[in-house]
Structure formats: C-alpha cells, structure tokens
Design a protein around this ligand. Structure first.
Ligand SMILES: C[S@@+](CC[C@H](N)C(=O)[O-])C[C@H]1O[C@@H](n2cnc3c(N)ncnc32)[C@H](O)[C@@H]1O
Length: 234
C-alpha cells in the first residue's frame, strides 16, 4: 500500500511537470484556465486525484496547521488557491469553532469547493469565492491565519500576493504557506523562494522548513510568517 501511494505521488509529480512544460497554457474547456493554474487538465481532474487517492495530503496539512497554531485562538482562516476545497473541509472538521474562507482564481474550482462544503455538514462555516491573490476582496486585518497549498508557484505576481496576505492578516496573525520545494519552483517557472516573497511583504518573523508527505518524503517547503502584534497592517 505504502509503495503504491509513493509510486502514484512520484508519477503524478513527474507527469505534471512534463505536461506543464510542454503546454503553453492549454485551456480547460469552461474557463480558459488549465495546466498553468492548477497543474492538471481541469478542475475535475484535479479534484478526482487529490479528493480521491491523494486525499491524505490535505488531511496531513490540516493536522499540521492545527499543530502549528497550537493554543492560539483562530476564528478566521483564509485559504488562497483553495482549489476544490479539500483542505478547507478537512480543517473545518478538525477545528469546529473556526470560520474558513477559500478564494481561487478558477470559477470551476470555486464551484467544486462550494459543492464539497455543502455536502460536508459544515457549510455555515465554510465559504468560497472567485478572486486573485493579487487583489484580495477583503478588508485589512480580516483573518488570524492565511494558508495556501501548492498555489504560490502559479501566481503571476507573487510579490503582490504576499503583500495582500500581509494586509488581510490581523496583528499577530500568521501566514502558513505550503508550496513545491524552492528548487522545483525555480525550474518550473523561475519562481523565487517562498521566504523572499514573505520578506518583501514586511512580515516580522519568517521561517521555512521541509514539509514531508507521504511518510518522510520532502514534498514541499512550508513557510511560517508572522505579522507584528502592534501597528497597522500594510
Ligand atoms: C495546484 S492547485 C492547488 C489547489 C489546492 N490548494 C490543493 O492543494 O488541493 C493551485 C490552485 O491555485 C489557484 N490559483 C492559481 N493562481 C491563482 C491566483 N493568482 N489567485 C488565486 N488562486 C490561484 C488555481 O486555480 C488552483 O486551484
């Protein structure tokens, strides 16, 4: 079983990189977004893979987020590039007093995430909307935690994205961002390291560590960045 998941993860990652490098943004049938936005031919493909055999990944991320936030009260979480809503729903089950908002540039993903939330029994606490990380449609200081998984390397303007994350976080709030290892992001799109993006946005403290899944496989870089507790955002 372990070996099968490992082979599936490895084959998926290699296929994604090969296909994205061959593609010049092949559109998905409904929205015009495709490989360049979600590393899959369409939202439906992505949902079938990561909401099915690879669902354990987002379960692991949700548990990891709870460990990292520890005893700090978390009322409002924003998940950027929320895709089909797998993480938001897992988190909703694990953190019963937390409201979770997801935002994604692809309306197909938002529709899938909203359907998943409606069937989860948590829909009152979870909502999704379409939007770009570079222009978040939320007032300053709206969230305690902003998270994102495997989306940063798709952002066309990562610096604007990190500035927006900083703006919508409350004083003392935290960004906890997971993305492909920095070396992988560089090969794929010339994306800069996660820590550089966060430092440019003026976070008080940043730290990057290796996020491992499945088992000890170093799948992602995990960035933790904190907003200073005093002073206005931005
Ligand atoms: C590889 S998928 C990850 C989805 C989800 N976070 C997960 O881990 O299952 C990347 C997601 O980022 C979204 N995305 C890409 N660029 C974006 C942007 N500029 N603003 C918001 N979302 C974006 C895509 O539409 C896609 O759903």
């Amino acid at each position: 079983m372990r070996a099968r998941v490992l082979v599936l993860v490895g084959a998926s990652l290699v296929a994604v990189v090969a296909l994205r490098r061959r593609s010049t943004s092949r559109p998905s049938p409904s929205t015009g977004l495709g490989w360049r936005s979600c590393s899959a031919p369409s939202a439906a493909w992505y949902d079938a893979l990561f909401g099915g055999p690879l669902r354990g990944l987002q379960q692991h991320v949700a548990a990891d987020l709870l460990v990292l936030t520890g005893d700090t009260p978390v009322s409002d979480v924003l998940d950027i590039g929320s895709g089909p809503g797998i993480l938001a729903v897992e988190l909703g089950h694990l953190a019963p007093s937390t409201r979770i908002t997801g935002i994604d540039i692809d309306p197909d993903m938002v529709e899938r995430a909203s359907t998943r939330a409606a069937h989860s029994g948590l829909d009152g606490r979870i909502s999704f909307q379409a939007g770009d990380v570079a222009e978040l449609p939320f007032p300053n200081a709206s969230f305690d935690v902003v998270t994102s998984t495997f989306s940063v390397h798709h952002w066309t303007d990562a610096a604007a994205g990190f500035a927006e994350i900083r703006r919508v976080l409350r004083p003392g709030g935290r960004a906890i961002i997971y993305d492909l290892p920095d070396w992988w992001g560089r090969i794929e799109r010339g994306a800069g390291p996660l820590a550089t993006g966060a430092a440019g946005a003026g976070f008080a403290a940043t730290r990057t560590t290796v996020f491992r899944w499945p088992w000890r496989v170093p799948l992602a870089t995990r960035l933790e960045a904190r907003v200073p507790t005093a002073g206005p955002p931005g």
